[in-house]
Design a protein around this ligand. Structure first.
Ligand SMILES: [Mn+2]
Length: 326
């Protein structure tokens, strides 16, 4: 059986135009590392590509990662030469997700660790929802191909793996653990420490300080509201709320001009974060993810009038838990 990366390379060699690697819209360290490592590996195997994403990301560790590892990635809007016949490889997400914009090219391949969406057809799909990070899949491609990732690539993948698995404590599979062991001696430990030391800025702290005053806990379910926080900041604020002793599941939402971004976390077997996220956005927007972590988005024009966002999501979350017999 051909190795997965060989299959992907043989498909991409027939691309009629350019090849782009697309991350989700506000790329996090796992998406950035996966795209960076895949681009390097494809280039070693004779396929040129560029990394694109749709929206500016603000979370400081993602920005530092791009800077310190020398990662080239472009806002799709800045890439003048994207054409309809160009091919796209999506990493750490799938077409039809709330956080993957349609760039108008051909979505030819997908590499992801989220649950399969049946809506799209790809020539190449490697979707492994049982994995804690997409970085583990790309690391697996390197070792499977008998190629050693460079120190920068290994460092990026290891950091992506850390972030998505909350330092190897969330959704860790056998392959994640194996990839951790194989990447660790190749990575730059000092760089990882520097990235760990760049989690927040003082401006983020200010956003958090305001948001923490809004925290409410019902039973063991917490809610936090942020104002104008980007996707990754909403997720990391939610991780902090989940770390509270009194909390087993949490919903964070950020109210922005374009709509409301939601993040859902659960430590409780009885509450699946992806189902709770779907219930929160049902009929209004998009949501999904894993049992432990999920997200969603409701565009501003779909928000029902006459009801505050705070009331809307509290009401929906509590009704969902009641109806699921929790
Ligand atoms: Mn990921």
């Amino acid at each position: 059986m051909a190795k997965k990366i060989e299959t992907l390379v043989s498909i991409l060699k027939n691309a009629p135009g350019k090849v782009f690697i697309q991350t989700h819209d506000v790329p996090d360290p796992d998406a950035i590392a996966s795209a960076f490592a895949l681009r390097q590996l494809l280039s070693e195997l004779g396929v040129d590509s560029r990394i694109v994403y749709d929206r500016e990301f603000n979370k400081i560790d993602s920005r530092r990662m791009v800077e310190l590892l020398g990662i080239e990635l472009s806002l799709a809007a800045d890439v003048a030469s994207m054409d309809a016949e160009d091919w796209i490889v999506i990493v750490d997400g799938q077409q039809g997700n709330a956080n993957i914009v349609d760039l108008g090219c051909v979505g030819v391949a997908v590499i992801d660790h989220h649950e399969l969406r049946k809506t799209s057809s790809y020539r190449f799909a490697d979707i492994r929802p049982e994995l804690g990070s997409c970085s583990s899949i790309i690391a697996d491609y390197y070792f499977d191909a008998g190629t050693t990732p460079s120190q920068l690539v290994a460092t990026g993948l290891l950091y992506g793996l850390f972030v998505d698995t909350d330092n190897l404590t969330r959704g860790v599979s056998e392959l994640d653990a194996t990839m951790f062991c194989r990447l660790r001696p190749l990575a730059d430990a000092e760089l990882i420490r520097r990235l760990r030391g760049s989690q927040l800025t003082r401006a983020d702290l200010n956003t958090y300080a305001n948001a923490f005053r809004t925290v409410e806990v019902y039973d063991r379910l917490a809610f936090i509201r942020l104002d104008n926080a980007d996707d990754s900041l909403v997720g990391s604020a939610n991780d902090l709320i989940l770390s509270l002793d009194e909390v087993d599941a949490s919903v964070a939402f950020s109210v922005r001009d374009d709509g409301v971004r939601l993040s859902v976390r659960s430590l409780d077997q009885g509450i699946r974060a992806n189902e709770l996220a779907s219930a929160l956005v049902e009929g209004l927007g998009f949501g999904g993810g894993h049992a432990h972590m999920a997200g969603g988005f409701v565009p501003v024009d779909r928000l029902p009038g006459g009801k505050s966002v705070d009331t809307l999501f509290r009401h929906r979350a509590i009704s969902y838990l009641e109806s699921s017999g929790y």
